[in-house]
Design a protein around this ligand. Structure first.
Ligand SMILES: Cc1cc2nc3c(=O)[nH]c(=O)nc-3n(C[C@H](O)[C@H](O)[C@H](O)COP(=O)(O)O)c2cc1C
Length: 207
């Protein structure tokens, strides 16, 4: 189906070799390996524009992105320590320090949350959640395409009510990604990928 806006849009060059290289070779860097300088404000804006250019059934925009300043990252680290100590009261200072630095490891931290709604039978919450996953992944890809490293992490803080609350994410919404972005300290090692024969099958006819 073609609507007017699609007909007016310029043709996209989707056979560009650089895009294929990116998709074929992209991988994450550990957040702790992402150092200054981070992207400029202009570069970050471009990454965010790319991040929200994702499949979104019904144009529901069921996701939100928050770019945390360094001051907010530091505050978040203190909250990680407070919340971690509640569940692990015997944790030593070294362990707590790991939590303290967690959100401020990279120059840029973007928090992505999934804001799904019920009531649209054609676009159930699971589809809206998947669209949010695409936002996270597109942000990773945009960062790498612009020469930076990136990593998507969640871990226990993404499910902690007090941390979600401090970020303005209601209990019934999901914090789906802490996206770290910065300059790569070193190139990441390749990671073993699944054999296609293990995960892909050809369907010639239905049983
Ligand atoms: C939803 C989600 C949450 C993740 N959370 C973590 C995490 O908390 N800690 C971590 O080390 N990796 C986490 N990962 C894995 C990394 O982001 C990444 O996938 C992995 O390091 C290597 O994958 P890549 O090189 O193909 O990007 C998560 C991945 C996804 C999809």
């Amino acid at each position: 189906m073609t609507d007017a806006s699609q007909a007016d849009a310029p043709a996209l060059n989707i056979t560009d070799g650089n895009a294929l290289d990116l998709l074929a070779t992209r991988r994450s860097n550990l957040a702790a390996q992402l150092i200054e300088p981070g992207p400029s404000d202009e570069e970050l804006s471009q990454m965010l524009e790319i991040a929200v250019r994702v499949p979104d059934h019904g144009r529901m925009t069921p996701w939100r992105l928050q770019v945390l300043s360094k001051a907010a990252q530091i505050e978040l680290g203190e909250l990680f320590v407070t919340e971690f100590a509640k569940t692990e009261p015997d944790a030593g200072e070294d362990r707590l320090e790991l939590e303290r630095v967690r959100p401020k490891r990279s120059p840029v931290l973007v928090v992505v949350s999934s804001r799904t709604t019920h009531g649209n039978d054609n676009v159930p919450p699971v589809e809206q959640l998947l669209s949010g996953g695409n936002v996270c992944f597109n942000l990773l890809n945009a960062a790498v395409a612009m020469g930076y490293g990136s990593q998507w992490v969640t871990n226990w803080p993404s499910r902690n009510p007090a941390i979600k609350n401090a970020l303005g994410i209601p209990d019934d919404e999901h914090l789906i990604g802490f996206i770290h972005i910065g300059t790569r300290k070193s190139a990441p090692q390749e990671r073993q990928r699944p054999e296609l024969t293990d995960v892909v099958s050809r369907v010639e006819s239905l049983a």
